[in-house]
Write a protein that binds this ligand. Structure first.
Ligand SMILES: [Fe+2]
Length: 299
């Protein structure tokens, strides 16, 4: 997640949204350089400093992941990724931002890494998406502890070109700011996790991935659609908000939306009464299946 976790982020379940930056950093161990960040945690992307080896690593990451997309990623993701023309090297965020702003009014801002919840929500609410500036090392090709620029850019930015998805993410940011004094962040974190990061969508051609954690993962993108091990069930806001998740392994449950319009509509209501109800309900395990729930078959 930018404030967001890539698969395997080594923070506890609530970390992405519950803690302040200092708490998240586990004593200041976050990887990014926060020394030059402004009050909104924005930094300047020193793109000219990217080395040929880093651009080459980006190309390898991009090529591996792009080859996995056909038949697995939703069409909007594939179409917009191609439109971004980002295969040749680490993208210059200010340049990529121009096309995005023309398309949906979103811009990209460079950040050192994970940012505090409130800062993250304020960016989203203002249609700014924070993108981590550093790239993983070659040794982290398959596994990255914190989200890097490949996860944030490749995984998240293509769907910001989709008008409905773009509106949804802005509303999510506004909802986060409203949820903070209501004790709603644990529930919103689960919603983000099971949609923006690990969501599946039903299409006429079959199930497809739209979550950034899936689309930037070399292994889970096939597992989430094809493995018989995890369960796939229809999206329901309250169900999702009750469900714990795994951060150290592939997901045990994926929630399936019918369209981005469904996601937008179902997450638009004021969640204040829902948070109050959820606070009196026990959370569900990541692999829970309720008696009336139907499991959707893998593709
Ligand atoms: Fe993410």
């Amino acid at each position: 997640m930018n404030a967001t976790a890539a698969p395997g982020v080594a923070l506890d379940e609530q970390a992405a949204f519950l803690r302040t930056l200092a708490e998240k950093s586990d004593g200041g161990k976050l990887r990014g350089d926060y020394a030059h960040a402004d009050a909104a945690y924005v930094v300047t992307q020193d793109w000219p400093a990217c080395t040929p080896a880093q651009h080459a690593l980006w190309r390898r990451l991009y090529a591996r992941q792009a080859a996995l997309l056909p038949g697995r990623a939703c069409a909007a993701f594939i179409d917009n990724l191609e439109r971004m023309q980002a295969s040749a090297g680490i993208p210059e965020l200010a340049v990529a931002s121009i096309a995005l702003q023309q398309a949906t009014g979103w811009t990209l801002v460079a950040v050192p890494g994970l940012v505090p919840d409130q800062v993250f929500f304020e960016h989203l609410a203002a249609r700014r998406f924070p993108v981590t500036v550093w790239l993983r090392t070659p040794e982290e090709f398959d596994y990255i502890v914190e989200p890097d620029i490949f996860h944030d850019f490749f995984g998240h930015v293509p769907l910001l070109f989709d008008p409905v998805f773009a509106d949804h993410l802005q509303e999510y940011g506004k909802g986060g700011l409203k949820a903070m004094p209501l004790g709603g962040l644990p529930y919103l974190a689960r919603l983000y996790w099971y949609t923006i990061e690990f969501g599946l969508i039903a299409t006429p051609a079959g199930l497809r991935a739209y979550g950034a954690g899936l689309l930037s993962s070399g292994g889970e993108i096939a597992y989430c659609l094809q493995s018989p091990a995890p369960q796939r069930i229809g999206f329901d806001v309250e169900r999702v908000m009750r469900t714990r998740y795994r951060i150290d392994a592939f997901q045990e449950t994926y929630f399936v939306i019918e369209s981005f319009a469904e996601l937008f509509e179902k997450t638009a209501p004021d969640f204040t009464p829902l948070y109050a109800r959820l606070q009196n309900l026990a959370p569900l395990a990541a692999n829970a299946l309720l008696p009336d729930e139907k499991v959707i078959a893998p593709t």
